[in-house]
Ligand binder design. Sequence first.
Ligand code: IPM
Ligand code: MG
Length: 352
Amino acid sequence: MTKKILVLPGDGIGPEITAEAARVLEALELGFEMETALLGGAAVDATGDPYPEATRKLAREADAVLLGAVGGPKWDANPREQRPEKGLLGIRQHLNLFANLRPALLYPELADASTLKPEVVSGLDILIVRELTGDIYFGQPRGIEAHNGERFGFNTMRYTETEIRRIGRVAFQAAQRRNKKLCSVDKMNVLETTQLWRDVMEEIAPEYPDVTLIHMLVDNAAMQLVRAPRQFDVLVTGNMFGDILSDEASMLTGSIGMLPSASLDENNKGLYEPSHGSAPDIAGQDVANPLATILSAAMLLRYTFQEEEAARRVEAAVKKALAQGFRTADIHAPGATKVGTRQMGDAVLKAL
Ligand code: IPM
Ligand code: MG
C-alpha cells in the first residue's frame, strides 16, 4: 500500500515552512510518497486558477495533504474567483473536510511569550473543533447587488441538521478522549441557524453520557477565552465563529506560529496546515517559525496514518528543540538562541 502525501507550499512563508515539515516526515522513513503542487496565489500566477485541475487530481489521489499557507496583498484586488483564499476554501469543500481540529496548547517553555499572565495560561490545553464546509462561508445566496440606487451586500448563514450532527459527533468523540468537557458555542439569542445548532447538540448528547455538554454564546465565549481559558477542554462551533475564536485561542499560547491544525473528512483523509497565514511581510527571509507546520505533520501522522508513535516522536522533538533554547523571532525571549526557519528545522531533526 502506498502512502501518498501531497505538499502544497502555497504563498508567502509557505514554501519555507512546508520544506521543514517535509524534511521531518522524510526523516521518519515511513515510506511516504511525496508530491508537490500549486495552490493559492502561486497557482493563480501560474494558471489563473487558485485551485487548478492538476492540483485537484493530485489532492483526490493523496491520502493526506500538507499545506503551508495561501494569500498575500499581491492578489487582494483580484476578482474573488482568482483570490488565493478561494483555493483554500475550494480544496476544503472538494475533499469534504468538514472537521477542523485546532489544538491550542501552551508549551511551558513559552509561558512568557503569551500576552496573558502566566497564572492565567499555564497548563492551557484546549481543542477547538470548527465546522469547515458549511455556514455563512458557503451559504447561498450571496453577493453584492444594486437595489434602489444603492449597493447592498448579503450572505446566508445556514446549517442542515446532518451537518451539525456530524461535527457534533467529532467533537463529542474528541472530548471522550480528553477531559470529557464539551462547550458548544452559538448565538442562539439572535440567530435561528444557531438555535438549531444548540438543539441538535442537545439531541446527540445522550449518546455520550460520559461527556458534560455546556452551551455558550459566542460573545461570552470570546470573553471567557481571555478571562479564564483553562475552563475549556473541547469547544465546538460553526465555521465563522470557529475562524474567529481559533485565532483568539492561538494567541493565548504566545504565538500563532506554534499552532497546527487538521481538517478531516469522514474517512480520516486530511489536510494539515498551520493555523497561521502566509505572512508575506517576512516571506523568503528564513525567519518564519516552522513549528506549527511541523506539528501539523505530527497530526497528519496521527489522524491519517494512525502512526501515533511517530506523531509523538515529532512532538517530543519540537519540545526538545524548545527546551534547548532555540527560538524563532516570533517566540524569542532574552537568553534564548535566536534561529531562522531552517535552523529550527535542523534542531527538530536533530532532536528526532
Ligand atoms: C483560516 C483562514 C481562512 C478561513 C481564510 C484564509 C479563508 O482564516 O483557515 O482560519 O477563514 O477559514
Ligand atoms: Mg482564520
